[in-house]
Design a protein around this ligand. Structure first.
Ligand code: C5P
Length: 405
């Protein structure tokens, strides 16, 4: 069954009598599992109350750049656009369509539209003569030429008393479109994916450890994008910040681990379940030979910490990879070397390597952006310039799809 579980739908409502239908649309989206946020244009407020929409969406409704001038709380249009998997503007009025098509940005909904990177679906609603006007037609085709989708207005009786084309498409039809939209992109539908992620933490004593700067953001983005493409995802993750952990729980089953050995055991247990394993974890290569039972006392002399080699999880799994499984690894070298990358690809029996381009402009660890080059044994490498980790994750899956599906 198609579902919108885990999908983030931003609904934009414009000033049109059809705004009343948006309430039912929000309800349908919620019933189908979507997380919904609503933005209204100032004139939409005359048609339907934010209270109705906040109750139905279970989220605050936004209509102004600054909600409350006394407290100065600013609604961040960039964050709203970045949050959404799809921006659904329903009803889209003649006024808003015209502004969207011509770069006029005088309210929060329009600012969100111009800054959003997610796909946008526009559902016009207006009187029949307005809908037929050449300017309207022109503006709608202009919006389509910018890769927006348009759900045509429906035929029927209009608020003006006339009969013709201009009614907002029925909420059930809009819902069907949104379900199909997500499903069309489901090229990983039913794929079972395990992702190792984050750092591992190797204790020295009860209060100290050896680890690295991995934030887990890249693996979280891969999990999110795999989920959006229809996959079933399990994440085996070392300790990460709560903001990263909460993105996991929306899209995957999570198996928290601490050390490289914990991670190895957990991934080993999941290996036979997986169609694809992504080794995105920055596994500590070494761990203290012994863990002190009590905190090591400070003294005046230096101490020597003996480190032993940790298991290589990717290589361990790679050695028993089944022919129908695909494994994707990561590489991060401070000095980029193609031969080192290709050597990892072969020695760990991987199908693809995501090589992080590490330099001063792209620190990789902790950053919200990344720049990568993808390698396989079969094709010439493909590079993706610096962009958000979510965009990079999308490219990685699309390239995987092109190469292996
Ligand atoms: O050999 P190197 O650590 O550079 O290889 C990186 C790749 O191997 C990554 O995909 C990483 O997740 C994986 N790896 C692993 N276990 C280790 C070390 C690396 O799974 N102990």
């Amino acid at each position: 069954m198609l579902t919108l579980k885990g999908r983030k739908v931003l609904v934009g409502i414009c000033g049109s009598i059809a705004a009343y239908k948006a309430a039912y649309l929000v309800r349908l989206l919620k019933l189908n599992g979507a997380e919904v946020r609503v933005i209204m244009t100032p004139s939409a407020l005359s048609f339907i109350t934010p209270l109705t929409l906040s109750t139905l969406s279970e989220n605050p409704v936004y209509s102004q750049f600054v909600e409350d001038t006394e407290s100065g709380v600013w609604n961040n249009h960039v964050a709203l656009g970045a949050w959404a998997d799809v921006f659904l503007i329903a009803p889209a009025s003649e006024n808003t369509i015209g502004k969207m098509a011509n770069g006029i940005c005088d309210n929060l909904l329009l600012a969100t539209y111009f800054s959003a990177k997610c796909p946008v679906i526009v559902c016009p609603a207006m009187d029949l003569d307005m809908y037929q006007h050449p300017t309207t037609k022109d503006n709608l085709s202009r919006l389509q030429s910018f890769s927006n989708q348009v759900i045509e207005a429906a035929y029927g009786s209009l608020a003006s008393g006339f009969i013709g084309q201009g009614r907002l498409a029925e909420p059930e039809d809009i819902l069907r479109h949104v379900l199909t939209f997500f499903n069309q992109k489901a090229f990983l539908l039913h794929k079972k994916i395990v992702i190792t992620n984050g750092p591992t933490v190797e204790p020295i004593d009860p209060v100290r450890f050896v680890s690295n700067h991995s934030s887990g953001k890249m693996g979280a983005a891969l999990a999110h994008q795999a989920f959006l493409a229809g996959a079933e995802v399990k994440i085996v993750s070392g300790p990460v910040e709560s903001s990263v952990f909460s993105t996991y729980t929306e899209v995957a089953d999570v198996y928290p681990v601490t050390t490289a050995f914990d991670m190895l055991h957990q991934v080993d247990a999941l290996q036979s379940w997986a169609d694809i394993i992504v080794f995105a974890a920055a596994v500590a290569d070494y761990s203290p030979k012994s863990v002190a039972a009590e905190k090591i006392k400070k003294s005046d002399s230096n101490i020597i910490l003996e480190l032993v080699k940790n298991p290589d999880i990717a290589a361990h799994c790679g050695a028993k990879k089944k022919p129908n499984q695909h494994f994707i690894g990561f590489a991060l070298e401070t000095v980029f070397s193609e031969s080192v990358i290709l050597n990892k690809l072969h020695s760990k029996n991987l199908d693809m390597i995501v090589a992080n381009i590490f330099n001063r402009e792209n620190p990789v660890f902790g950053s919200d952006q990344n720049e990568v080059r993808l390698y396989t044994t079969q094709q010439a490498p493909v590079s993706f310039s610096k962009q958000s980790k979510d965009e990079i994750a999308k490219h990685i899956w699309e390239t995987y799809g092109k190469w292996y599906l």
